[in-house]
Design a protein around this ligand. Structure first.
Ligand code: CP
Length: 314
């Protein structure tokens, strides 16, 4: 993905974690760690982006990503514009590209974009002017790079910075998951010891996404020694009819409950990007239990997004 790098190899946009060096990942993660207190509002506002306008341009729903980018930009002192596709001229047929170019003409320099189509954010980045930076906040099933970063930040807090002996299991609807793709790119770049992928055969990708991973469909058989479970949301909005026979069957085979969690390594960390389908991917007992890192993922999201916006626009 060349569009995201400038001529010196620095980040100009953040579109994907594919092809990003370990050094860039570590720099962003270290910076997010440094500014974590500012990120969760425990210290005063920072002014790194004073006078810079940032727009959250979302063509799909979001709670965590949009709100945390908004807070991140505000806590860096930016002017923040939240574009609402449902009340905008998108409804009259205006394209995403024209929308971006019009907002850019008003002086917006940072765009945080979510779109249902794979590759749309890269296409928009190619049409952006000099000095404008885009962050992919999730495009189709392609990439969700800041989710990948916040997941890595959370894994470092839970299990330490050395991933070389870490055994991670990603569970569920990998086929439709941009989160899984971004996590896989980051885990590989950071040298994760073993990456397992578990899900029903029809919800696993059949391209080279899973290259180098241990792949299977028997969740119970894959739990032994797992240090971190990354549970995925069932992406029903991206599925063809009938891909999941019933939610009860899915939960029986792939739902994480307390009994299954006991079969993983002691104190295994449980992550989920949200929104959780409670009682489907994960039980309440696990989601709200002592091994859940779900809300720490959310808190880390603000810090990671501050680090990314500061790096691109500061
Ligand atoms: N994890 C995530 O992308 O959540 P939202 O859809 O609420 O932003």
């Amino acid at each position: 993905m060349n569009a995201q790098f400038d001529s010196k190899g620095g980040l100009r946009h953040l579109l994907t974690l594919e092809g990003i060096s370990r050094d860039i990942l570590l720099r962003l993660l270290d910076r997010a760690g440094q500014i974590r207190d500012a990120a969760v509002g425990r210290v005063g506002r920072r002014n790194a982006l004073a006078g810079v306008a940032v727009c959250t341009l979302f063509f799909e729903p979001s709670t965590r990503t949009r709100s945390s980018f908004q807070l991140a930009a505000q806590r860096l002192g930016a002017d923040v514009l939240n574009f609402d596709a449902s009340t905008s001229s998108t409804r009259k047929g205006e394209t995403a590209r024209d929308t971006l170019k019009n907002l850019e003409a008003m002086g917006v320099r940072g765009f945080v974009v979510r779109h249902p189509d794979d590759g749309m954010v890269e296409m928009l980045a190619e049409s952006a002017g000099e000095g404008t930076a885009l962050v992919n906040a999730g495009d189709g099933r392609n990439a969700h790079p800041t989710q990948g970063l916040l997941d890595m930040m959370t894994l470092r807090q839970a299990k330490g910075a050395d991933f070389s002996r870490l055994k991670v299991l990603i569970v569920g609807d990998v086929k439709h998951s941009r989160v899984a793709r971004s996590d896989l790119h980051a885990l590989r770049a950071l040298g994760a010891g073993e990456i397992g992928i578990c899900g029903p055969a029809n919800l696993l990708p059949d391209d080279d996404t899973l290259k180098g991973c241990t792949v299977g469909s028997d969740f119970d058989a894959m739990l032994a020694g797992v240090d971190a479970l990354m549970m995925l949301r069932l992406q029903r909005e991206r599925m063809e009819e009938g891909m999941v026979r019933s939610l009860a069957d899915y939960h029986r085979d792939y739902g994480l409950n307390a009994e299954r969690l006991r079969r993983a390594a002691t104190n295994a960390a449980v992550l989920h990007p949200g929104p959780i389908n409670r009682g489907v991917e994960i039980t309440d007992e696990v989601a709200d239990g002592p091994q859940s890192w779900v809300l720490r993922q959310v808190a880390n999201g603000v810090a990671v997004r501050m680090a990314v916006l500061e790096s691109l626009l500061g």
